[in-house]
Design a protein around this ligand. Sequence first.
Ligand code: ATP
Ligand code: MG
Length: 154
Amino acid sequence: MSITEESVLLPKFRKMTTHRTFTMIKPDAVENGHIGGILEKITSAGFTIVAMKYTQLSKRDAQAFYAIHKERPFFDELVDFMTRGPIVSAILEKENAVEDFRALIGATNPEDAAEGTIRKLYATDIAENAVHGSDSDENAAIEGAFHFSGREIY
Ligand code: ATP
Ligand code: MG
């Protein structure tokens, strides 16, 4: 491959490998009218939306998505909450996306979340905490693929 060909291909390759995370705007935040405010925080922080949909999880979806928590005492409450109304799910792209997005959303319990974070601004309590953010690159890929087919990602 010539240097010219490489320099033409590199930006595409880099785009494919740029870090991504997965998010959901949870039913509480949708009910409370915060979709617009949360998307504004996300794009202002430098994240690009590469996939997005307005949808509602079935019980089976929520049980599978949060299967890691199935032994926790709050699991049934979590499944009921996540299925009680529509959500917005999205794949976001940015260098260091997973870590930067976790910083942007703040601690699980909004009482512990830093000022200016999405959960501090929009969450109700530790259960109804407005947004989900993937906790690792591996889980971001799994969660993104759970919600979106390849042709829904741009
Ligand atoms: P998420 O995975 O949704 O981004 P998180 O990574 O900050 O949240 P987890 O420990 O993965 O927190 O918990 C998943 C979700 O389960 C929380 O976001 C919250 O909705 C719910 N949850 C966690 N702890 C509790 C609790 N003690 N009581 C009720 N619900 C809880
Ligand atoms: Mg989590």
